[in-house]
Design a protein around this ligand. Structure first.
Ligand SMILES: CN(C)C[C@H]1CC[C@H](N2C(=O)NCc3cnc4ccc(-c5cc(Cl)c(O)c(Cl)c5)cc4c32)CC1
Length: 337
């Protein structure tokens, strides 16, 4: 561990543990050069065991995902014993805790969050990924009360594209689609829409549509697809939930249909913007303030995203600029290789 932590401490101050996710612990950190806070996911390869491939899946997926509502991966440091993932820090914690604290959300507040979730999912699907573990515990709130999707350890990128069927039954039962828990071949994006329906119900109601402490009883309820709409739901909410929680995946709304659904458009009168506002530069268009300031990279050089210190510094500077913070490095910066 020591060598890995030394490598980490070259670039980051490492503070207390702020959480844990399955086989990982998450510590608060600060990028020394930019002063930006980060979340550092720390995994011990010994503890990972057969979960190591899941981590590789998550890292590869996150390297290809750059979106305003997907938690950003800045850097990966791997040693013989550990894997460190340096991630975008989300001080607002889990959406799950936010719902619990408020009992349930109003339709208006739910719509703000739901549009962000639809934006993230439309983007993730457009990149050929299915998330497969969508739940309020995997949606974090950042410093501007925006949602960030995390935990891509169960995501899938079918070889032939998202229309190809998947087999692995995974994710959290209460959010899992009927076809998935019945072990049928399923389409990842269709299963994600079911999970979004369960999530929408949880936001609007404060409890789950299908719940039972007995696993088999829970499966039967999901397979049957029957749930009660509490009296405070508007007719529009009842309709949208019904269109998403269709047991037959072919009758279920698609994410694309969600983007301009009347319930989603209410008060906004515009469809959900799902395009990424954070294009992943493959060729540096010489953003002057960054290149000259710190990264004296030959502008003709295509910056290959190595997810090393250079990537982290570049992305964190970009993030600072997007937040309107001064794009300055700490005095006497360490060597900017
Ligand atoms: C399903 N739950 C248990 C999972 C927990 C995990 C810890 C989380 N967390 C805190 O505990 N405190 C604050 C906090 C702040 N910023 C974070 C940024 C990224 C991640 C993160 C990102 C990815 Cl991609 C990932 O895979 C994992 Cl495991 C974590 C966690 C953060 C965080 C909350 C959700």
């Amino acid at each position: 561990e020591q060598r890995g932590v030394d490598e980490l401490r070259k670039y980051y101050e490492v503070y207390e543990t702020i959480g844990s996710g399955g086989f990982a612990k998450v510590k608060l950190g600060r990028h020394i050069l930019t002063g930006e806070k980060v979340a550092i996911k720390i995994m011990n390869k010994k503890d990972l065991g057969e979960d190591l491939p899941r981590v590789k899946v998550e890292i590869e997926a996150m390297k290809n995902l750059s979106h305003q509502h997907v938690c950003r991966l800045y850097q990966v440091i791997e040693t013989s014993t550990h894997i460190f993932m340096v991630l975008e820090y989300c001080p607002g914690g889990e959406l799950f805790d936010y719902i619990v604290a408020k009992d349930r959300l109003s339709e208006e507040e739910t719509r703000v969050f739901f549009r962000q979730i639809a934006s993230a999912m439309a983007y993730v699907h457009s990149q050929g990924y299915a998330h497969r573990d969508l739940k309020p515990e995997n949606l974090l709130i950042d410093e501007n009360r925006n949602l960030k999707l995390i935990d891509f350890g169960l995501c899938a990128k079918p070889k032939g594209g998202l229309s190809y069927e998947l087999m692995t039954c995974c994710g959290s039962p209460a959010y899992a689609a009927p076809e998935l828990i019945q072990g049928k071949a399923y389409i990842g994006s269709e299963a994600d829409v079911w999970s979004m329906g369960v999530l929408l119900f949880a936001l609007l109601c404060g409890y789950l549509p299908f719940d039972d402490e007995n696993c088999m009883a829970l499966y039967r309820k999901i397979a049957r697809g029957r749930y009660d709409n509490p009296r405070w739901l508007s007719p529009g909410s009842v309709l949208l939930l019904n269109q998403m929680l269709q047991v037959d995946p072919k009758r279920r709304l698609s994410v694309r249909q969600l983007l301009d659904h009347p319930w989603v458009m209410k008060d906004y009168n515009s469809p959900v913007e799902w395009y990424s506002r954070q294009p992943v530069y493959t060729h540096i268009q010489k953003p002057k303030y960054v290149i000259d300031e710190c990264l004296n990279i030959e502008t003709e050089l295509t910056l290959t995203w190595r997810y090393d210190q250079t990537t982290a510094t570049y992305l964190l500077l970009l993030s600072k600029k997007q937040k309107g913070k001064p794009v300055r490095l700490r005095p006497e910066p360490a060597v900017c290789e």
